[in-house]
Design a protein around this ligand. Structure first.
Ligand SMILES: NC(=O)c1ccc[n+]([C@@H]2O[C@H](COP(=O)([O-])OP(=O)(O)OC[C@H]3O[C@@H](n4cnc5c(N)ncnc54)[C@H](OP(=O)(O)O)[C@@H]3O)[C@@H](O)[C@H]2O)c1
Length: 333
């Protein structure tokens, strides 16, 4: 018998700050399985800042979401039924899946997860988030022992892994985040050397007091925080531009003094944007390294879990409110 499910549709392109009115939940039924199909009960959805970019009808590195289609993203779930010989009932799988209770998908689009690891780790430290931190810091930022590394969005999914990998590699690490709870987590749980609350501290002045300049800036947020950090970039410093979340909901360009390019010139510094998929050829090796660090307890994780498919839009909005403490997930009971 066909399976009843609920699905979350993307129904309105936001102008400015995204709201719940961009989404609608609907009920439907899935068809029966054909050869190669797998029926997955989705258990955890990952909500990610890049999804905001896909809501605009703009040219980017990934196509915009089409209006009135079901939202999709990284998710993990359990196999209920399979007509793919490589995937078995009960397996935990990862895939680009709909925001829905159940999904009927081709087995070749799924990755069967290692049963010894918590399945949610595939949505952060042992998935694209961990890989983003790894390649952004070590390949783009070329961080090495003794460097002073500053990371913005430091308490988030990517930022917290960046800081910990930097510590493993012998760097001096300063994190920038938006609440004192987040700062405590950076210092006490993740072993950062310093932390700045950008909501009430002057980032540029504080960096001037607590560092001798910045060798690597891992930029997750952009905007005024990045202007402040880049003003302290050292000669031959590297700026890894990972994300610009402070700008994602802007309606018009955020105008700032034109200081960045003159600074890159006089300090002979480099700024490079990157998308994690640029490094896909090396994912396997990097995942193995991240897996070792995680198993040894050297990469700690924190998940922030909202319960219920119907609350996935609210969970997504939490990213832009800074409400998430750790990787934002949605659990589907
Ligand atoms: N280049 C790539 O391939 C790639 C891959 C994955 C992610 N990313 C980017 O990496 C960044 C982090 O992603 P994530 O998944 O780890 O999200 P996250 O950091 O777990 O969550 C987003 C955080 O951004 C901060 N934030 C939100 N609005 C802000 C603002 N106006 N100014 C300053 N900070 C703000 C909030 O923390 P506070 O409380 O500290 O403000 C919030 O908790 C995003 O920009 C994302 O687009 C890039």
């Amino acid at each position: 018998m066909s399976t009843a499910t609920r699905e979350i549709y993307f129904v309105k392109r936001p102008v400015g700050m995204v709201g719940v009115d961009s989404f609608r939940i609907e009920s439907s039924r899935l068809s029966d399985l054909s050869q190669g199909d797998v029926l997955v009960q989705i258990r955890y959805l990952s909500v990610d800042p890049y999804m905001r970019g896909r809501m605009n009808d703009n040219r980017s590195y990934v196509a915009p979401f089409a209006l009135n289609t079901v939202m999709t993203g990284g998710a993990v779930g359990q196999v209920i039924q399979s007509r793919d010989p490589a995937i078995h009932e009960g397996d935990w799988v990862f895939g680009q899946l709909p925001w829905a209770d159940y999904a009927l998908v081709q087995g070749d689009g799924l990755k069967v997860l290692d049963s010894h690891l918590p399945p949610t780790t595939a949505l952060h430290v042992l998935g694209l988030t961990g890989l983003t931190a790894y390649f952004g810091l070590l390949s783009v930022g070329a961080a090495k022992s003794g460097d002073t590394v500053v990371v913005s969005g430091a308490a988030g999914a990517v930022g917290s892994v960046v800081g910990q990998i930097a510590k493993i590699n012998g760097c001096h690490v300063i994190g920038i985040a938006g609440s004192d709870d987040k700062l405590r987590m950076l210092l006490d749980d993740y072993g950062f050397d310093g932390a700045i609350n950008y909501k009430y501290q002057n980032v540029a002045a504080t960096l001037g007091q607590i560092t001798k300049g910045v060798d690597v800036y891992f930029d997750n947020v952009g905007g005024p925080i990045s202007d402040a950090v880049i003003s302290h970039i050292n000669d031959f410093g590297r700026i890894a531009i990972c994300g610009q979340i402070a700008l994602y909901n802007n309606v018009a360009p955020d105008l700032a003094p034109r200081i960045i390019l003159p600074l890159l010139l006089t300090r002979r510094a480099t700024a490079q944007g990157f998308i994690v998929s640029d490094y896909s050829r090396d994912f396997k090796l990097a995942l193995s390294q991240l897996g070792h660090w995680y198993s040894e307890g050297r990469l700690k994780i924190r998940e922030d879990i909202v319960q219920g498919l119907e609350y996935a839009p609210q969970a997504f909005l939490r990213l832009f409110e800074g409400a998430n403490l750790g990787k934002q997930l949605v659990y589907l009971p």
